[in-house]
Design a protein around this ligand. Structure first.
Ligand code: NAD
Length: 266
């Protein structure tokens, strides 16, 4: 597609936690539509630079990387500031970075609770607080929070994650109401199982615990929660993000959009 016909040419997108998994899939989809990209997340410096250069070359957009640790509030606001300084603004903010820890509440380490809440919930608040003035000033912006099916229903052993994701769904609603007539929309996406490093770690742990092979554990994991026994791919989440940036979604705000193989339909 010639760059003039791409839907997000001239826009700048920041996707937190985009060195891997869903965030990387979202960044790719936004870049394919012509958005300049700020990547963020952890990883080995050489591999991240190779990824940054590959995306810039393949997508023909500007791609920058910032190593901000989203558990640190000042680093989150700094990330938003540096995005605007490096790329000339911030039009699309995708709060995607997330971590998981599983244990029953009685055994849940307090420092793990604090870390999951910091990265999965508080970072989105800090990023939105820093990004909103620029977006309302321009009269256009898109804020997309990657929540989870666990933003809508609970599961055992995931107290911090479920609390953070329910909180993110609530934060999305408040921001959408506050920004309703500013040109800025705010929505949450609630994926079911997506096969990424975060989920692979859960599969590996379960296979080891149960003495089972990965394919058996994959089927068991999916069928416990989802009527559709199939993983969502990161690019499908990216496609929904692109839709939320389109003209057709102009009045779509404050919603939590499930892409979960029917997990929360029952
Ligand atoms: P992932 O582990 O593959 O990627 C997470 C990304 O966040 C990585 O780039 C990582 O470096 C980054 N990150 C983690 N902690 C960070 C920090 N403190 N500062 C900056 N970056 C940090 O995970 P994923 O599966 O792609 O998950 C992405 C989002 O989607 C998360 O919010 C997760 O809760 C949500 N989600 C995932 C699934 C799933 O099945 N994979 C389902 C529903 C929701």
């Amino acid at each position: 597609m010639a760059s003039g016909t791409k839907s997000l040419s001239g826009k700048v997108a920041l996707v937190t936690g985009s060195t891997s998994g869903i965030g990387l899939g979202i960044a790719r989809c936004l870049g394919e539509q012509g958005a300049d990209l700020m990547l963020n997340g952890f990883g080995e410096a050489g591999a991240i630079e190779a990824l940054r250069a590959e995306l810039a070359r393949d997508l023909d957009v500007r791609v920058e990387y910032d190593s901000a640790d989203l558990a640190q509030p000042t680093q989150v606001s700094g990330l938003v500031r540096r995005t605007a300084a490096a790329l000339g603004g911030l039009d699309v903010l995708v709060n995607n970075a997330g971590i998981q820890y599983t244990a029953e509440i009685k055994d849940f380490p307090v420092e793990r609770w604090d870390a999951v809440i910091a990265v999965n919930l508080s970072a989105a608040f800090h990023a939105m607080q820093a990004a909103i003035p620029g977006m309302t000033g321009k009269g256009w912006g898109r804020i997309i929070n990657i929540a989870s099916a666990h933003g809508l229903v609970g599961s055992a052993q995931k107290s911090a994650y479920v609390a953070a994701k329910h909180g993110l769904v609530g934060l999305t609603k408040v921001a959408a109401i506050e920004l309703a007539n500013t040109g800025v929309t705010v929505n949450a996406i609630c994926p079911g199982w997506v096969l990424t490093p975060l989920v692979q770690a859960q599969l590996d742990a379960r296979a080891a615990r149960e003495g089972s092979d990965i394919e058996t554990v994959k089927r068991a994991l999916l069928s416990e929660k989802q009527p559709m026994v199939e993983f969502t791919v990161p690019e499908s989440i990216g496609g929904l993000v692109v839709f939320l940036c389109s003209g057709a979604s102009r009045t779509l705000t404050g919603s939590s959009l499930s892409m979960d193989g029917g997990w929360t339909a029952g």
